[in-house]
Design a protein around this ligand. Structure first.
Ligand code: ZN
Ligand code: ZN
Ligand code: FE
Length: 759
């Protein structure tokens, strides 16, 4: 060694195992002609490097700047170390694996190299539907336990053939230590069946499946995180049949197309959306429809958007390559149950929906639905955070004790924390049936195992009847902390941005159990991670019939009309009102006056429902929030006018909706188009909340506003409030990493519970 030589230890933390990080380091060292060694450790990857100082510096710089596609480096620490006088650079055995925890990569889409091989007739994996490498393929959904090695994955049933093993052992190969490595000789295979479980003949099941789709049949197709139900998206009768059989009347279906150019034939794609579509996570992206377009109207009726994704597995690519403009690819489940992942289970549950089954024999251990994102208010927003993203942690600003947070009722996710990392689970679903509840319990067990977390605290919602709350309270010997729904919403957004309180929290939401027993959801709170104070809210109105009012927005319309006009509203000549039987309206008024099964609510979601119903958009919904969503879709781009608004100052500020409702009714009577009414309603809410936040912010010396809650999926409201509050000199924070809906709540619950536990 010459004088200007140095020896260093570099420790790399983050998602650096099972993602090709060691071969990357190996190749980097070779390029700079440096010696040393690299090993996995309990905390990440550890490197010993020695050689001429300038080259070591260059090596360090490139290590920090570049990494393999699936790696996420959180930090690199460096220090000098004695020379080991290495004569080469070597990948050595894992060190100090006393702690078996490592960050596991999510499942990601097929990489360009594998895609090129897939369609290369000279390649030995030509048209092999399970091609993958260190940079792509399944991870999270095939792991059963840690450490992440082939015997702990569903690939344990397949023994690598000679050529595959050679790739696996060669640090210079793209498949070095790629656990799911396989080929047609040694790996999993696809097969085609009818719905009576009879195998169908034919050399190439994928081409045969494509033929059946082309003929208008419904196929159940096993994917990465579960089954999809697929039909040709241009075939209107096939799409209708799928809707009937799936008992899904109107909720939009997602579609998959082969490339951006094809997508552009039926939807608008902005640059930001193009990036989302082509990202390795391959989420479903909501894109504005082009009108007219070639897809069946039944794909997304009464909706301005299509949910679109690009193929993400080799199997998808082979299927789409058979010449489809788009395939409907909707979750393989029966209405609200979890998606099927198991072949037997799929036949049991989907045989009366699907005509044929394209299945394979690589097991899925943990289901993961497609993620859904929308580019709105200048950023990508998750509507559902699942496949492709989970289990990437949210990094917290300080370490927490280990918490299991059980989430809310709808769009449930759970969250487990480990030091400064919060792991929000994949989308579990609405905890309203046994199948989903079983999946909830399974996910908790699975995550505890693969993340090696033993919770010291359990967090859950305040609602006594949520299945997630009941689950939490059943756990013995672990303290349970119940967290108010909107407190959790706001803190989850704070956690995502590393904020400490106090902040002003604006929670615009559908439902949430308040400590007073009312259903909250239009709240201005003063929040830190320990506690919250209710500073303002929408004035209470009765919610006639409780949850029935969510399914039948006309009930909320009647409640708000009664609130604004008293009995006089019965005389109004509103077409939708005439369509509802008199007797039903009378009963609703009676239960409201006697307060029978009429919880009080301050929910903004319900006010949206009421206004949508009053405008005659719809009196009944097929899924939660549908009326509110359609009201948003209808809104005109501009508005010249807003409705009057008003609040009362008592111990808290109470926002009165009467002037708004009167304004809406007046507009309907004078024949103002619904598009303008909707635009005025949105603008009114934006001004109202921005003004009231300003009043409260001044009184309490708070200049940061945090936005959270399901109603912020409405991009007019989100965009408008971010602008209006920014103009009033607030720092405004909204969700980027997790959903603003109840899918994000488990994170907030975990942080609040940890803070209260310490206090
Ligand atoms: Zn690859
Ligand atoms: Zn092989
Ligand atoms: Fe909520």
């Amino acid at each position: 060694m010459t004088d200007n030589c140095v020896a260093k230890r570099l420790n790399v933390n983050g998602i650096v195992q099972g993602v090709g990080f060691r071969p990357f380091v190996f190749q980097l060292a070779a390029r700079y002609g440096l010696n040393g060694e690299v090993a996995n450790t309990s905390a990440g990857v550890s490197i010993h490097i020695e050689g001429p100082a300038p080259r070591v510096t260059a090596f360090e710089a490139e290590l920090a700047a570049k990494s393999p596609p699936l790696a996420q480096v959180v930090n690199i620490s460096a220090c000098s170390e004695p020379f080991k006088h290495c004569t080469e650079f070597a990948i050595v055995k894992s060190k100090g694996a006393s702690e078996k925890f490592t960050l596991i990569s999510p499942d990601v889409s097929i990489c360009d190299d594998c895609l090129a091989e897939l369609f290369d007739p000279r390649n030995r994996r030509h048209r092999y539907p399970f091609i993958n490498c260190t940079n792509c393929g399944p991870r999270y959904t095939i792991i059963d336990d840690i450490p992440y090695d082939r015997p702990k994955t569903s690939m344990r049933h397949f023994t690598m053939c000679g050529p595959c093993q050679q790739e696996y052992d060669d640090p210079n190969n793209r498949r070095f230590h790629a656990q799911p490595n396989a080929c047609a000789d040694c790996g999993p295979h696809v097969k085609l069946y009818d719905n009576q479980r009879n195998g169908l003949p034919g050399k190439d099941p994928i081409t045969e499946a494509a033929k059946l789709l082309r003929q208008g049949h419904i196929l159940a197709i096993k994917g990465l995180g579960g089954y999809h139900l697929a039909v040709d998206a241009e075939n209107s009768r096939a799409v209708q049949r799928l809707r009937r059989r799936k008992l899904r009347e109107e909720k939009p279906f997602a579609v998959m197309s082969g490339d951006l150019e094809t997508i552009r034939s039926y939807a608008r794609v902005q640059l930001a959306e193009e990036k989302l579509l082509t990202s390795i996570q391959r989420p479903i992206v909501l894109l504005k429809k082009k009108i007219p377009n070639c897809l069946a109207a039944e794909v997304a009726p009464r909706n301005r958007y299509f949910g679109v994704m690009l193929p993400y597995t080799p199997l998808h690519y082979l299927l789409i390559d058979c010449g489809f403009v788009a395939l409907v690819m909707t979750s393989g489940n029966r209405s609200e149950e979890p998606i099927a992942i198991d072949n037997e289970d799929a036949f049991d549950r989907l045989a009366d929906i699907a005509d044929y089954f394209l299945i394979h024999n690589r097991d899925i251990y943990l289901r993961s639905d497609d993620s859904i994102v929308r580019h709105s208010a200048g950023a990508a927003r998750f509507i559902r955070r699942s496949r492709g993203v989970v289990p990437v942690p949210i990094f917290l600003k300080k370490p927490l004790p280990s918490v299991l947070a059980c989430g809310a009722e709808l769009k449930n996710t759970v969250c487990l924390t480990r030091q400064d990392k919060a792991f929000v689970s994949q989308h579990i679903g609405d905890l309203e049936n046994l199948a989903t509840y079983d999946f909830f319990k399974l996910t908790i067990g699975h995550l505890k195992r693969i993340l090696d977390i033993h919770p010291e605290i359990i967090a859950c919602d305040m609602h006594p009847d949520y299945l997630s709350t009941r689950y939490a309270r059943k756990q013995q010997h672990i303290p349970v902390i119940q967290v108010q729904h909107h407190h959790a919403h706001i803190v989850s957004c704070m956690a995502e941005h590393g904020l400490s309180g106090p902040v002003l929290g604006l929670s615009c939401d559908g439902t949430g159990y308040g400590p007073d027993g009312a259903i909250w959801g239009g709240e201005i709170l003063i929040v830190d991670e320990h506690e919250f104070e209710r500073a303002g809210h929408l004035a209470y109105v009765p919610m006639p019939g409780g949850s029935a009012a969510i399914k039948e927005p006309w009930r909320m319309a009647v409640s708000y009309l009664q609130d604004a006009f008293g009995d006089e509203f019965h005389e109004f000549d509103l077409p939708w009102l005439r369509e509802i039987e008199d007797q039903k309206i009378r009963i609703v008024c009676e239960i409201m006056s006697k307060r029978i099964n009429c919880p009080s609510t301050s929910s903004l979601g319900r006010l949206f429902d009421a206004v949508a119903a009053i405008c005659g958009i719809r009196s009944r919904v097929n899924f939660e929030g549908q009326a509110a969503m359609e009201l948003e879709m209808l809104a005109a781009d501009q508005t010249d006018r807003i409705y009057d608004y008003q609040w009362e100052e008592k111990t808290t500020y109470r926002i009165l909706a009467q002037p708004i409702i009167r304004g809406v009714v007046n507009d309907i009577r004078t024949g103002i188009p619904t598009a303008d009414i909707s635009a005025r309603f949105h603008r009114t809410l934006i001004n109202l909340f921005a003004d009231l936040c300003t009043v409260i912010g001044k009184q309490r010396h708070l200049d940061r506003v945090v936005l959270s809650g399901g109603v912020f999926q409405n991009s007019i409201l989100l965009d408008g409030l971010i602008q209006a509050l920014t103009e009033k000199n607030f720092e405004v924070y909204s969700h980027r990493k997790i959903p603003t809906n109840d899918g994000g709540i488990s994170l907030g619950q975990a942080v609040v519970a940890a803070a209260s536990f310490r206090a």
